[in-house]
Design a protein around this ligand. Structure first.
Ligand code: URA
Length: 214
């Protein structure tokens, strides 16, 4: 039966693109696989490659701080993954070929976690998931309805990447950090507006929801 454990075992053997050669390990996810909110980032950096978890370096610390300030617990309220599971050399941007090679892993994560809301953190996640090239500063903070088999019924919001926020430290009104705080507040409101917490696994089974196996 498909589960996140099966996916992890298979992904650890992945050799679909040259990034496999230089990685220390694949970086799959952290957080709560039953969360209604999935966050998709770009690719692991050096800290993530070493520790095997996404967003655990300086970007991740800032991300966690902004999420927490918005009332979102990174370990409880989100499942956090990357569009690319292996570290690109020198932290360069993943190529379209690498994004395409890695996409099936991300698609399986989306299907298994079955989130209501998806945050696309940075231009690479926006391109890798929605195929939209560029425009993150214009598109950030806007909810977009998901389309197609995988995304229909889910709402997606692009967000500025925390590494960009690290380079732009102003907290002034209208600054990138100020916008990101407003965007995360909107995410929180939308989660709250969706009412009751998602049912537990046994409750879902009782409700006849057999889609999720983890
Ligand atoms: N940047 C990302 O997009 N993902 C990580 O896991 C770390 C930094």
């Amino acid at each position: 039966m498909e589960s996140l454990d099966v996916l992890a075992t298979e992904c650890r053997q992945c050799r679909r693109c040259p990034l496999a050669e230089a990685r220390t390990q694949v970086v799959l996810a952290r957080g709560n696989p039953s969360a209604r909110l999935l966050l998709i980032g770009e690719a692991p950096g050096a800290d993530e490659d070493r520790l095997g978890l996404p967003f655990v370096g300086r970007s991740g610390q800032l991300l966690d701080r902004l999420l927490t300030e918005a009332g979102l617990d990174p370990e409880r309220d989100l499942f956090i993954v990357n569009a690319i599971k292996c570290r690109p050399p020198q932290n360069r941007r993943p190529t379209p070929v690498e994004l395409a090679a890695c996409r099936p892993w991300m698609e399986r994560q989306v299907a298994l976690v079955d989130p209501d809301l998806i945050l696309l953190v940075g231009a690479t996640a926006l391109q890798g998931v929605l195929g939209v090239k560029g425009g993150i500063t214009r598109l950030r903070g806007q909810w977009r309805p998901g389309e197609g088999h995988l995304l229909a019924g889910r709402a997606l919001m692009p967000l500025l990447h925390p590494s960009y926020l690290l380079r732009n430290a102003s907290e002034a009104e209208g600054s990138p950090r100020w916008h990101t705080r407003a965007d995360l507040a909107a995410v929180r409101r939308r989660l709250d507006g969706q009412g009751l917490p998602r049912p537990t696994a046994p409750e879902r089974q009782e409700l006849g929801d057999t889609k999720r196996s983890c």
